[in-house]
Design a protein around this ligand. Structure first.
Ligand code: ADP
Ligand code: MG
Length: 401
């Protein structure tokens, strides 16, 4: 689960991390009113979307010469103009994809005199199973580009969970940022606070880009992206409230209501599978047969009729889907019950695309019989390879026709 920059900064400041003063705004009037509450004379109006690259982004409605989603302003009038340009318009950045994201919230923040911009992130490094700190003097810009062209400028320091954060970690980070004296001390203190915030919130990522050194030698977080481990959100009801549903895919929200694990992908073959491993294998074998999955969908071990119906509806609400592959292993759930669910769901949603079903497991014969006797154009498959081949063939035939 991700949150907005302004929420991330409010959270980090509770842990004692230095951030500039700022006020979130949902309307032009709120943005203008924020000016009176900030020290000035420089303000920054920032579009709040769950994507980076806002500064270099472009608003669809404003044309290529207009400014992006991070704008300096020196007066109420300039704040008003920036807010009017941003609110309700669609910001396209390298991270949003070409469709962009509609801006519904702004953050009006204190403008800072920047001397240098660094990159500093804490994340869960899966290969070492540890929290890793990534630090670079090359902040502000596209860190992927830095990693690609000058990888030696990116320093990674992993933290052993048995010792937790030690003073030497802080010294390493300060050295990686080429800081000395008081700024090095500030970096060490900040790392301690970020580490506390990371553990205390069950974060999966805290990315600060840029971490700025101001002209008066203060270390300040100018942009923050914070994500949490969704599986731990039950421990943090206050953080769960920060979720902004307008930032999430409506189909994924619908799926989470039915306790289905659904992720939309770019292909045209909808998949309904039980178990994440089987779902991954199904996606792989679709690709092996020369097509692409339209989604990842795990209906879970105890796939009920209701869940199967909900899953069908979600798959079919994606206009890109030209065929569906159901691949279910009846372990906890019996195949005959699944088959009944499939038949009922297919009737209810007036299925208009080819449907290939592969069932295996308990009561598989009864299950296959139910599908065959349904009178619906369901194509049975004997195994996973057969199923993938059949659905890809069916969809290709339709495309050719
Ligand atoms: P994004 O990463 O989405 O483009 P940032 O918040 O990183 O957005 O802003 C982009 C750039 O704008 C920063 O690298 C920094 O140079 C400048 N900037 C952002 N916030 C401030 C601020 N409060 N004061 C001065 N400059 C800022
Ligand atoms: Mg940034």
């Amino acid at each position: 689960m991700n949150i907005h920059e302004y929420q991330a900064k409010e959270l980090l400041s509770k842990f004692g991390v230095a951030v500039p003063a700022g006020i979130p705004a949902m309307s032009v009037e709120e943005a203008v009113a924020a000016v009176g509450k900030l020290p000035g004379p420089l303000y920054v109006v920032k579009a709040q979307i769950h994507a980076g690259g806002r500064g270099k982004g472009k608003f669809k409605e404003l044309g290529p010469d207009a400014k992006g989603g991070v704008r300096l302003a020196r007066s109420e009038e300039e704040v008003r103009a920036a807010a009017q340009d941003m609110l309700g318009n669609t910001l396209v950045t390298i991270q949003t994809g070409p469709e962009g994201k509609e801006v519904n919230r702004l953050y009006v923040t204190d403008g800072v005199d920047i001397a240098r911009e660094f990159y500093l992130a804490l994340l869960v490094d899966r290969s070492t199973g540890r929290i890793a700190v990534v630090a670079s003097t090359e902040g502000g810009m596209d860190i992927e580009e830095v990693a690609h062209s000058t990888p030696e400028k990116i320093h990674t320091i992993t933290i052993d969970p048995a010792t937790g954060l030690m003073p030497h970690h802080g010294r390493s980070v300060a050295a990686a940022l080429e800081l000395t004296g008081d700024l090095a001390k500030q970096a060490q203190r900040m790392l301690g606070k970020l580490y506390d915030a990371f553990l205390g919130t069950d974060a999966s990522q805290i990315e600060i880009n840029p971490l700025a050194v101001t002209k008066d030698d203060k270390l300040l977080v100018l942009d923050a992206k914070v994500g949490f481990d969704s599986n731990a959100m039950f421990r943090h009801p206050d953080l769960a409230e920060l979720r902004d549903l307008s930032e999430e895919d409506p189909m994924e929200i619908e799926a989470s209501k039915h306790d289905l694990a659904y992720i939309k992908l770019d292909g045209n073959i909808g998949c309904m599978v039980n178990g994440a491993g089987l779902a991954m294998a199904t996606m792989d074998i679709i690709k092996l047969n020369g097509a692409f999955p339209a989604n990842f969908l795990d209906v879970g071990g105890g796939a009920s009729k209701e869940k199967v119906t909900a899953a069908f509806k979600i798959i079919l609400s994606d206009p890109a889907v030209q065929g569906i592959l159901v691949n279910i292993f009846g372990g906890i759930m019996r195949c005959d019950i699944i088959a009944e669910g499939i038949v009922e769901a297919a009737r209810e949603v007036h299925l208009a695309v080819p449907l290939v079903v592969r069932l295996e497991g308990t009561n598989v014969e009864q299950g296959k019989a139910i599908l065959a006797e349904s009178g619906l154009p369901i194509v049975p498959a004997n195994d996973l390879g057969d199923a993938a081949k059949k659905i890809v063939e069916q969809v290709k035939e339709l495309e050719a026709a």
